[in-house]
Design a protein around this ligand. Structure first.
Ligand code: HDE
Length: 701
C-alpha cells in the first residue's frame, strides 16, 4: 500500500500534486483531485497507477487485476490498420469561403454566400510509404479536403498532381502493389526507385504522363503549404435548373508553389523525418495560416468535344491557356488537430461524398474510386458507423433508418426503423430538393473496353516536358536517371527509355547520357504518336514563381561575438516580409552577441542543418569563425546551402568559412554589412534559388 509523504502547493483548480512513496521505497508523483480522478473506462477511481496487483511484493501478478488488464488490453488494440495508400499524413482544421455566389453553375449551398464560412478538415499525405515513413520522399502528395456543409459533407479527395498513372480502376491494385515495398523483401520503403514499380509502369504506357510529373519537382514539394492541389477527374456542377457544367478543381497556395532539390530531400529525410508535418504544425501554431485558393476550369460539353482529347481520361490536363482558371474561394487552415489519432487518422474521405450541385462523370477511375473508399473504411475503422466518429460527422442534421452495426453510437428511438411508414409521423422522409444524379443518358453494350479517345499517351507528356524551364527539365532527367539507376533489371531500364523516346528525343537522350546507356532505348510503337501541343506556362513552377519569402524560413548561423545589430536588422526585415527566422549556434543554451546580450539558439549546427532553411545568413564573429572552419558540420552547413542554390547573406568575418565550403560569388551571395545590405539579401532571397548556379555544381544523373 502506498503512503503519502509530502503534498505540494495546490496546482490549478482543486488539483494537488503529491509525492507518494510505495512500500518498496520507490516514489512517484500523484495528482490528488476532486474532479480529475484517474478512472478505469468504467469510471472506477484508480488509487495506484504504478503497480500491478501481486500476491506479495515479489510474487506473481494476479489475473484478478482488472485495472491492469483493462489498461493493457486497450493498449494492445491502439492501432488500426494503416491506409493501404496515403498512410502517412498530416491534418489541419480550417474554413472555406466562396468569393461570390456560384449559383449560376451549381446549387451547392456552400458555394453561394461569400459571407458564410464552411468548416473544413484537410489531410495532406504521401502515397507509397507507411505511416511512419519520411515526409520528403519522391512521391505524389494527397490533398484531401472535407467540407462540412449545411447540406452534408463534401470531400474533394485530390492530389498535388493533376493526372494519374492509370485510366481505369481495374489497374489500381497492380499499380499500388508495384510501388509499395517489394513483396518478398519488404523494401524499399516509400520509394518508387525499384524494379517492380518501373517494370509495371513501363508496361503500362498510359502512366507516361504522370511519370513526368512524379519525376519533376512536383514530386518533392518544399511544404504542404506550398503545393498545388487538383481534383484530377472531371466533375460536374449542376445548378437549380438541372443544367450541368464540367469542372476541374484546382487548389493554389497563396504563397506560391515551390519544391525541394533532390539532394535536399534526401538529406532532410535524415535531418527531419517529419519535415512537412512539423512545417504545417509550426506554421499554424505561429498564426501563419496556410491559405489555398480554390479554382475551377468550367466548360460545357461542346467545348469538351473540341479539345482533341477526352475529358473523362484522368491522364490528361486541360491547359489553363485553353480553359482559364477562375478562382472561386479561399481555404484557410487555422487550427491544428487536438488529437492526431482521433482526427487525422480516423478521418474518412470518400470521393462519393458529394452534395446537391456537385456530381460525377463517367471517368472510369473515378467510378472505381466511388466503390473503394467506403469499402476501405469498413476494415480500417471497423464497421459501417464510421460517420459517427466526431471528425467524420456532418454538421447538418443526419437522419435515416440505417441501424445498428459495430460501434453504433446514436441511440435511435421508437419502433419505426423503415420507410415508408404510417406509424411515425415525424420520421424522416425523402425530399424533392435532395440530391438527384444528373440524368446523363447511358445505354450501350456491356463490355470491357478502353475508348479510342484514351489512346494517346504521349502528347500530354510531351506538352509537360516542353513547358518546363531548363532547370526543371534537368531535374526530370536527373530523377529518371536516379530511379532507373536503382532498377537492377537492364531490360526494364531500356523499356522505360523507350517510353521516354516517344515523349521527346531530348528527354530520352538526356536520361541515356546520365545513365551511360546511350542508344539503348528499346524501340516501342506508340498506339498514337505524340503531337506537339501549345506550351503551357502554367505547368511550370519556376516560370510562374512569384518573388516572395512569405512563409519561408531563414536560418542564421551565429557565434559568440556576432553582430547583434545586424542580426536584429535581418530578423526585422524577414519578419516584415512574413518569413520566419531561426538561430543556429554552436551551443543551444545561449550565444553571447557582440553587444553583450545573449541570444538563445533554436538549433545547434548538427541539429539544424541548412537543409531546414530556404535562405541562410552567416553571422559569425572573426573569433567565432576560427572554430567553425575546423568543424566539418559547420563547413557542410555552408557547403550544402551553396549547393542547394540558396541565397547566403554574410558578413566579412564569414569569408574563411565560405572559402573552405567552396562558396563562389554570384547573385545569391550577398554582403550584409554596409548600406542596403539587408535589403539586398531579402530581395535576393525572394528568388528562392539561384538557378544559374546549378549547372556549375552538378550535371544530370
Ligand atoms: Fe485514392 N484511395 N484511390 N486516389 N486517395 C485512398 O482510401 C483508390 C486516387 C487519394 O487522407 C484509400 O481512406 C482507388 C486518385 C487521397 O485519408 C483507398 C483509386 C486520387 C487519399 C483509395 C484511387 C486519389 C486516398 C486508402 C483508383 C487523386 C487519402 C485509404 C481507382 C484524385 C485520403 C482511404 C486521406 C486514399 C482508393 C486513385 C487520392 C484505398 C481504388 C486518382 C488523397 O480507398
Amino acid at each position: 500500500m502506498a503512503k503519502t509523504t509530502r503534498t505540494a502547493k495546490p496546482a490549478a483548480g482543486k488539483t494537488r500534486i503529491k509525492t507518494v512513496a510505495g512500500k518498496g521505497g520507490e516514489t512517484h508523483q500523484q495528482t490528488d483531485s476532486d474532479d480529475r480522478a484517474l478512472t478505469t473506462n468504467q469510471g472506477v477511481p484508480i488509487s495506484d497507477n504504478q503497480n500491478s496487483l501481486k500476491s506479495g511484493a515479489r510474487g506473481p501478478t494476479l489475473l484478478e487485476d482488472f485495472v491492469l488488464r483493462e489498461k493493457i488490453t486497450h493498449f494492445d488494440h491502439e492501432r488500426i490498420p494503416e491506409r493501404i495508400v496515403h498512410a502517412r499524413g498530416s491534418g489541419a482544421h480550417g474554413y472555406f469561403r466562396p468569393y461570390k455566389d456560384m449559383s449560376a453553375l451549381t446549387r451547392a449551398a456552400f458555394l453561394r454566400n461569400p459571407r458564410e464560412k464552411t468548416r473544413v478538415f484537410v489531410r495532406f499525405s504521401t502515397v507509397a510509404g507507411g505511416a511512419g515513413s519520411a515526409d520528403t520522399v519522391r512521391d505524389v502528395r494527397g490533398f484531401a479536403v472535407k467540407f462540412y456543409t449545411s447540406e452534408g459533407n463534401f470531400d474533394l479527395v485530390g492530389n498535388n498532381i493533376p493526372v494519374f498513372f492509370i485510366q481505369d480502376a481495374m489497374k489500381f491494385p497492380d499499380l499500388v502493389h508495384s510501388v509499395k515495398m517489394e513483396a518478398d523483401r519488404a523494401f524499399p520503403q516509400a520509394a518508387s526507385a525499384h524494379d517492380t514499380f518501373w517494370d509495371f509502369v513501363s508496361l503500362v504506357p498510359e502512366s507516361t504522363h504522370m511519370l513526368m510529373w512524379a519525376m519533376s519537382d512536383r514530386g518533392i514539394p518544399r511544404s504542404y503549404r506550398m503545393m498545388e492541389g487538383f481534383g484530377v477527374h472531371t466533375f460536374r456542377f449542376v445548378n437549380e435548373k438541372g443544367n450541368s457544367t464540367f469542372v476541374k478543381f484546382h487548389w493554389r497556395p497563396t504563397i506560391g508553389s515551390t519544391s525541394l532539390i533532390w539532394d535536399e530531400a534526401v538529406k532532410l529525410a535524415g535531418a527531419d523525418y517529419d519535415f512537412h508535418r512539423r512545417d504545417l504544425w509550426n506554421a499554424i501554431e505561429a498564426g501563419d495560416y496556410p491559405e489555398f485558393e480554390l479554382g475551377i476550369q468550367a466548360f460545357d460539353e461542346k467545348t469538351a468535344n473540341k479539345l482533341g482529347f477526352d475529358v473523362l481520361d484522368p491522364t490528361k490536363v486541360i491547359p489553363e491557356e485553353i480553359i482559364p482558371l477562375q478562382m472561386i474561394g479561399k481555404l484557410v487552415l487555422d487550427r491544428n488537430p487536438d488529437n492526431f489519432f482521433a482526427e487525422t487518422e480516423q478521418v474518412a474521405f470518400h470521393p462519393g461524398h458529394v452534395v446537391p450541385g456537385i456530381d460525377f462523370t463517367n471517368d472510369p477511375l473515378l467510378q472505381g474510386r466511388l466503390f473503394s473508399y467506403i469499402d476501405t473504411q469498413l476494415s480500417r475503422l471497423g464497421g459501417p458507423n464510421f460517420h459517427e466518429i466526431e471528425i467524420n460527422k456532418p454538421v447538418c442534421p443526419m437522419r435515416n433508418f440505417q441501424r445498428d452495426g459495430l460501434m453504433r453510437m446514436a441511440v435511435a428511438k421508437g419502433r419505426v426503423n423503415y420507410e415508408p411508414n404510417s406509424l411515425g409521423a415525424d420520421t424522416p422522409r425523402e425530399t424533392p430538393t435532395g440530391f438527384a444524379s444528373f440524368p446523363e443518358p447511358s445505354d450501350g453494350p456491356k463490355l470491357r473496353q478502353r475508348p479510342e479517345s484514351f489512346a494517346d499517351h504521349y502528347s500530354h507528356a510531351r506538352l509537360f516536358w516542353l513547358s518546363m524551364t531548363r532547370p526543371e527539365q534537368q531535374h526530370i532527367v536527373s530523377a529518371f536517371a536516379f530511379e532507373l539507376a536503382k532498377v537492377e533489371t537492364i531490360a526494364i531500364r531500356r523499356r522505360v527509355l523507350g517510353r521516354l523516346k516517344l515523349v521527346h528525343a531530348d528527354l530520352c537522350n538526356g536520361v541515356e547520357a546520365a545513365l551511360g546507356m546511350e542508344g539503348e532505348a528499346e524501340t516501342l510503337q506508340p498506339a498514337v504518336a505524340a503531337k506537339t501541343m501549345k506550351i503551357s506556362k502554367a505547368l511550370s513552377l519556376i516560370a510562374k514563381a512569384q518573388p516572395t519569402i512569405k512563409g519561408r524560413k531563414i536560418g542564421v548561423l551565429v557565434t559568440d561575438g556576432a553582430d547583434a545589430k545586424l542580426l536584429k536588422a535581418v530578423q526585422d526585415a524577414a519578419h516584415g516580409e512574413g518569413a520566419m527566422v531561426e538561430i543556429v549556434a554552436p551551443k543551444i543554451g545561449g550565444t553571447k552577441l557582440g553587444n553583450g546580450s545573449t541570444v538563445v539558439a533554436n538549433h545547434t549546427i548538427s541539429g539544424g542543418p541548412s537543409v531546414l532553411f530556404d535562405a541562410v545568413v552567416l553571422l559569425p564573429s572573426a573569433d567565432g569563425v576560427k572554430k567553425l572552419v575546423r568543424e566539418a558540420g559547420a563547413v557542410a552547413w555552408v557547403h550544402d546551402a551553396f549547393s542547394h542554390l540558396k541565397v547566403i547573406g554574410n558578413v566579412a568575418a564569414a569569408k574563411p568559412l565560405m572559402d573552405k565550403a567552396g562558396v563562389e560569388p554570384d547573385d545569391g551571395i550577398v554582403a550584409l554589412e554596409g548600406a542596403g545590405g539587408t535589403k539586398a539579401f531579402i530581395a535576393a532571397a525572394k528568388q528562392h534559388r539561384i538557378w544559374d548556379r546549378e549547372p556549375k555544381l552538378r550535371s544530370p544523373g
